[in-house]
Design a protein around this ligand. Structure first.
Ligand code: PEP
Ligand code: MG
Length: 329
């Protein structure tokens, strides 16, 4: 079994009809790079930087602490691309210390709709600059992609890119070593999925965060047990947003990946391939099985599956047998 897995690790993920698929890892700390490389990941598609910010009582991590963590990942990946997501705290990822929102209000009414992710970064420019400086400095050690969570509108895009430019100029004035950053956006709010031309105009790449895209499209709190049965990744409107995002990015020649749970869920591998997805980012433990499935898929046989999935009356029960039919024996 171990031998079979190590043979699989060295094999590129190529479909039966010869399409190369990129498989990336989602990681939450520098230590996870070991598992990512062992699984055969071709890079990091999502480094959740929250781990540095959560579960600490005192001050937020300073520039050197962040630089240390980010550069450890970049060095460990040894020339493979590393996608570092700026901090996404709030909602299901609470901070221990008093958050800015709590300072302003007595309590947060709707954390998932509140001050989280890029909103929090833009509300605290000093903290955002510290994180951007650390990421720029880490990019001196290998290819880094900067990824921004939860963007939903032009004003946020402009403010974000201004911050990136401001930090870059400052570092250059100071003569600090840095590399070049690719800058990308997560597509995880319906408003973003529905304004792809805007996002494609400003960003080098996009990555679809299906976990939040499901939550916000269906108005289902991803952390609320009482509505968990309605948190449905098979909802045809969710799938239509994923499909359109992939198609529009591909047509514009911009890299697009999926980094939500859907990318590592074997039930969705064929469908996402059928949608035209060629880059998947997932927890390292999922990677070998997803690769195995890609090796057995013929993307020429996926048209009916794709059409059925976005039919307004489609359901999981309707789609799954169709997915099975696309697999070779
Ligand atoms: C997502 O929303 O799909 C995602 C990848 O980000 P997170 O789960 O960290 O919110
Ligand atoms: Mg998210």
């Amino acid at each position: 079994e171990r031998e079979r897995l190590s043979r699989l690790r060295a094999k590129p993920a190529i479909t039966l009809d010869g399409l190369k698929v990129e498989l990336l890892a989602n990681i939450e700390s520098p230590d996870d790079c070991v598992a990512a490389l062992a699984a055969g990941a071709e890079g990091v598609g999502l480094f959740r930087s929250e781990f540095l910010f959560m579960n600490r009582a005192g001050a937020l991590p300073d520039e050197d602490e962040q630089f240390d963590a980010y550069s450890r990942v970049v060095r460990a990946m040894n020339g493979l691309p590393v996608t570092i997501r700026t901090v996404d705290v709030g909602a299901d990822k609470p901070l221990d210390r008093i958050s800015a929102a709590e300072l302003r209000h007595e309590h947060i009414l709707n954390p998932a709709l509140g001050l989280r992710a890029i909103r929090w970064s833009l509300a605290d420019p000093d903290m955002f600059d510290v994180q951007l400086r650390a990421i720029f400095r880490a990019s001196a050690f290998g290819p880094v992609r900067l990824m921004i969570p939860m963007l939903s509108r032009a004003s946020e895009i402009h403010a974000t890119l201004e911050a990136v430019h401001r930090v870059r100029s400052r570092l250059d004035q100071e003569g600090v070593a840095r590399g070049e950053l690719q800058v990308g956006a997560m597509i995880e709010v319906p408003a973003a999925a529905l304004s792809m031309p805007l996002f494609l105009k400003y960003f080098d790449f996009v990555s679809i965060g299906t976990n939040d895209l499901i939550q916000y499209t269906l108005a289902i709190d991803r952390a609320d047990e009482s509505v968990a049965h309605l948190y449905d990744p098979w909802h045809p409107v969710v799938l239509k947003l994923v499909l359109d995002t992939i198609r529009l990015a591909t047509a514009a020649g911009k890299p697009v990946s999926v980094c939500g749970e859907m990318a590592g869920d074997l039930e969705f591998t064929e469908l996402l391939l059928g949608f035209g997805l060629r880059s998947f980012s997932m927890h390292p433990t999922q990677l070998p099985a997803v690769k195995q499935k890609i090796l057995r898929t013929d993307t020429q046989r996926l048209q009916a599956l794709v059409a059925a999935a976005v039919d307004p009356e489609s359901t999981q029960a309707f789609i799954q047998p169709l997915a099975r039919q696309t697999r070779s024996a």
